[in-house]
Design a protein around this ligand. Structure first.
Ligand code: TYD
Ligand code: MG
Length: 474
């Protein structure tokens, strides 16, 4: 056998170099480059064999032709099925990522038990916890009687032999991919080479056998699935399970899905009996609301096909510092800077000497620009000390010119607000005019000035007029 050469592989992005460095040139991460033996890598093994073997002719087929709908089976957990696009797909691989302790194992144990109780063969392979620990969790969840087949194993070859023995399992859960190792690669478990080789073997099994497999992956502090970003493109779907410390709810988010939409979320609440589905997330996020306080505006947002109402809280206070503070939780701080600039430049709202704190209630994260209008309303309300109407929702995008631009799905946003008892909506006119059934009032600001005028009343309506109180003047 030829002498095994070693190469240096970044554990973050998977790029290969031939010498060690403190910082990866490709992704810029520090201390992620690890030496791995090349001879034991996956690329060199089968590829080296293939070069000696004569190629086989594979049949070429037209694009059109008989295809079956991706055959799915629902887990019975509605929030999980919504995110996967209707259930697990046979012969597919799904990666579930998330911080340690967020509840990945709990969620998958609940899904496994639900499917097993439905008569499907489900195998749960735990590489992190001993059988006793998994059993203990199942007991806590009240699922100990479910006929889930359990193993604590980390070697890929042993796992594959076990899976091929007996009837074809409908679902195989591998918790977690970072603990798996295969004889094919010589690197330590958890390294890119091992994770990639293990994932490849498991995915090959899924495609060949028609079982659905779920790989659990831990996420690094900067939000990437640890080491194996490389796994993300190998699997058919990637879900992230996220949550804020101190809040009981958890959000399951689709990052990639070859069989469905990618902007869906599933909402769960962690209780002492495991994860509980939250069918109406708006009610959850609005739960802790204080109607009378200035600086709070309700944003009618969308997550995929589902409207979500959240409260945006702003606190604007005179700053003792030369450079005022801007702190944002749950929103984009660059976007806040833009809204502040538009308020200053076009509406005469002077915020340059104020500290500004912005928070999205419940620890929720908004990524839509449609939140601009609600943020502006909350800021103006806090600065002026005037509380916004408690039964009003806001949505709309603000452009740098100060114009309020329409956003998609107005009808669904307004409908959701109506359902939760809101009676007013402030949003730009869009092509699809909402059927304002019970909405008593819809206000359509053309520009941000209109919104400011509405909040502070006509006295402050004039350009550069500032606010009634709260020290808008410098
Ligand atoms: P776990 O599923 O082990 O997380 P992960 O697999 O993502 O690392 O969840 C562990 C956390 O969930 C732990 O902090 C305890 C909490 N938990 C509950 O609050 N209630 C429960 O019923 C269970 C099983 C866990
Ligand atoms: Mg776990």
């Amino acid at each position: 056998m030829a002498k095994a050469r070693s190469s240096f592989i970044c554990q973050n992005c998977g790029s290969v170099t031939n010498r060690w460095a403190g910082r990866c040139d490709a992704c810029g991460e520090w201390n992620t480059i690890v030496e791995e033996v090349e001879g034991g890598g996956i690329a060199s093994g089968p590829a080296a064999l293939q070069s000696r073997r004569k190629g086989r002719i594979v049949p070429l087929v037209p694009l059109s032709g008989e295809t079956q709908d991706a055959p799915r089976f629902a887990s019975g957990i509605a929030e999980l099925d919504r995110v996967t696009g209707g259930g697990f797909v046979k012969g597919s691989a799904l990666l579930v990522g998330g911080d340690p302790g967020i509840g990945k194992s709990t969620l998958l144990m609940q899904a496994a038990a639900a499917l097993a109780n439905n008569g499907q063969r489900v195998i749960y392979v735990s590489g992190e916890e001993a059988v006793a620990q998994v059993r203990l969790r199942a007991q806590r969840l009240g699922l100990a009687s479910a006929p889930v087949e359990l193993a604590a194993e980390t070697n890929v070859e042993d796992i594959l032999a076990t899976l091929k023995d007996g009837a074809r399992p409908a679902l195989v859960i591998l918790d977690s991919i970072q603990t798996l190792w295969t004889d094919l690669a010589e690197s330590a478990p958890g390294t890119v080479t091992q994770v990639r080789a293990a994932a490849q073997s498991m995915i090959k099994f899924a495609k060949g056998n028609g079982s659905a497999i779920v790989l659990v992956g831990h996420v690094t502090k900067d939000g990437q699935i640890a080491g194996p970003r490389v796994v993300e493109h190998m699997v058919d779907a990637v879900l992230y399970f996220e949550g804020e410390g101190g809040h009981a709810y958890r959000i399951l988010r689709t990052i990639k899905n070859r069989f469905g939409a990618t902007d869906e979320i599933g909402v769960f609440e962690m209780s002492d009996k495991g994860l509980r589905e939250v069918a109406n997330p708006s009610a959850l996020f609005l739960g802790e609301r204080n109607d009378k306080a200035p600086g709070a505006a309700v944003f009618a947002g969308m997550e995929g096909t589902r409207p979500v109402l959240v409260e945006i809280q702003a606190l604007v206070a005179p700053s003792p510092l030369g450079t005022p503070r801007r702190a944002v939780v749950g929103w984009d701080s660059a976007r806040l800077a833009m809204v502040l600039a538009v308020l200053e430049a076009h509406c005469g709202v002077k915020l340059g000497v104020h500290d500004i704190y912005l928070n999205v209630a419940g620890g929720y994260r908004i990524s839509e620009p449609a939140a601009d209008l609600a943020v502006a309303a909350a800021l103006v309300s806090s600065l002026s000390g005037l509380a916004l109407p408690a039964d009003c929702v806001y949505f709309g995008e603000i452009s740098l010119s100060g114009a309020v631009r329409p956003v998609a799905h107005s009808v669904q946003r307004v409908k959701e607000a109506e359902k939760l008892g809101f009676r007013q909506a402030v949003h730009p006119v869009s092509g699809e005019e909402p059927a304002t059934g019970q909405m008593q009032a819809a206000f359509h600001p053309k520009s941000l000035v209109d919104l400011v005028a509405r909040i502070v009343g006509d006295t402050g309506a004039k350009r550069g007029g500032g606010e009634r109180k709260g020290g808008a003047q410098r």
